[in-house]
Design a protein around this ligand. Structure first.
Ligand code: MN
Length: 239
């Protein structure tokens, strides 16, 4: 059975929207992608959806509301969507609680970290000196900076490389990691680029956008394949 994977989406003008590359990346890796509805933050609705699914993909998008990690907004904060934050937190809580595999991308990785008790830089350019350009102006499939991967990590075992070129579309980043997570990749300026859980079977966050690379980049394909495999194992285990 191909695993069913729920993908969080955003609401634009009353319509649910998500990146077509994300749907393709999951399909290409052998999963069946499913767009997740808004829950208003209701954990029981999120749990009812995830009950029928084998994994959760938390997608990218606008900034995370800093009130969720105890800070008031700085001037460098971009757009936020509190309804989306509430929805994604309900899915994340529900997936973590049942140890369902999670792949979290860019904003998704930030949201997952905040939901698990971590914090963010609201704007790395205002809060840190000497950082690289992480909000690239190049096309989405261009790999603009490198990440160095910790050898003792699931990410290393999946992609089999200590250094990868990645794309980068963020001005926020993880500040304090949640207690259950460990850093697994960094940019050369020290920005956290990936982490994973030490307490769950497969919970991985990446700060880049592998879905926009997955048509041609082997490392991005391997990352989605590793996630889909974890979802398949979860589905088989819970039958
Ligand atoms: Mn980056």
């Amino acid at each position: 059975m191909q695993p069913l994977i729920g993908i969080t989406a955003t609401v634009e003008n009353g319509k649910l929207a998500l990146d077509d590359d994300m749907m393709f990346a999951i399909l290409q890796a052998g999963g069946i992608p499913v767009a997740l509805p808004q829950t208003g933050g209701d954990d029981s609705l999120a749990a009812a959806c995830l009950e029928r699914l084998d994994g959760l993909l938390v997608s990218g998008g606008v900034d995370v509301d800093p009130l969720l990690y105890g800070e008031e907004p700085m001037q460098g904060l971009g757009s936020i969507l509190p309804d989306r934050d509430r929805t994604e937190q309900s899915y994340i809580r529900s997936a973590l609680g049942r140890d369902q595999p999670i792949l979290a991308i860019c904003r998704g990785a930030q949201m997952l970290n905040v939901t698990a008790g971590g914090s963010l830089y609201q704007d790395i350019y205002a809060q840190l000196e000497g950082v690289l350009l992480h909000s690239q102006k190049a096309p989405r499939s261009h790999r603009s900076h490198f990440v160095d991967i910790e050898r003792e990590s699931m990410l290393y075992r999946i992609v089999g490389a200590e250094r990868l070129p990645v794309n980068s579309f963020h001005h926020q980043a993880v500040k304090a990691l949640a207690p259950c997570f460990i850093r697994t990749a960094s940019a050369s300026d020290g920005i956290l680029e990936a982490y994973e859980s030490t307490e769950h079977t497969f919970v991985v966050g990446v700060q880049w956008h592998p879905e926009n690379l997955a048509r041609s980049d082997p490392a991005a394909q391997q990352l989605f394949a590793g996630f889909v495999q974890a979802c398949r194992s979860y589905g088989e285990g819970s039958c």
